[in-house]
Ligand binder design. Sequence first.
Ligand code: DUT
Ligand code: MG
Length: 242
Amino acid sequence: TPAAGRIEFDNVTFGFPGAETPVINSASFVAEPGKTTAIIGSTGAGKTVLLNLMLRLYDPQQGSVTIDGAPVDKLTRAQLAESISLVPQRPYLFGGTIATNLRFGRTDASDDELWEALRVAQGEDFVREKELGLDEPVSQGGTNVSGGQRQRLSIARALVAKPLVYLFDDSFSALDVATDARLRAALPDATEGATTIIVAQRVSTITEADQILVMEGGEIVGRGTHDELLTDNEVYQEIVRS
Ligand code: DUT
Ligand code: MG
């Protein structure tokens, strides 16, 4: 079968060296191509570590992570980077221009593709306002760009790369609710067919997800749709109330 971007965690346990308790404990789930998997849970629950395990920033002590059946530890980080685009919780911009930053994952992207990605990421307006547009200089670390703008450029960069798998680590919570809603309305078309994994803080960001994983203390303590979890998962109910 051709590469599709199906991610499977099978009984994955990971702890940092020297720590007594694992930060990911016996996690199993499948994230399917063409579907959105959301991950929600309190700070320190292990959401970022879970995403980082897919990119092999660390390797688990137990269990396996596979992409289309291939164990990720048989792939190089460069191969993984071709399949998976991560929008990190703290996005990073490189010294260069807006265009060079957006083309980081795919240097042959046309200007039209960059503008389309910016439109979806809700970054089009502020780039158009720049005197040099796509050629506007960006300082290393993106210090001449606001936090929200950096976030949108980082999302646009992932869209330009057209990966099999998108990982959005808390990429929408810094946006105001209206912008978050517009972005999510545009996202399904832009990411069609891909595996999308969204770590979120706001429940409103993920109510439409095909599958929601609820994490607490390194464990997946609930899974289902929004409606299912509202009915039967106390941790999720608590998140909704807070
Ligand atoms: N942790 C470390 N070292 C690291 C990163 C994380 O010990 O380099 C611990 C902190 C925490 C656990 O791992 O107890 C899970 O961290 P993670 O960053 O995955 O938490 P999160 O769910 O992403 O929290 P937040 O919502 O604050 O981003
Ligand atoms: Mg995190």
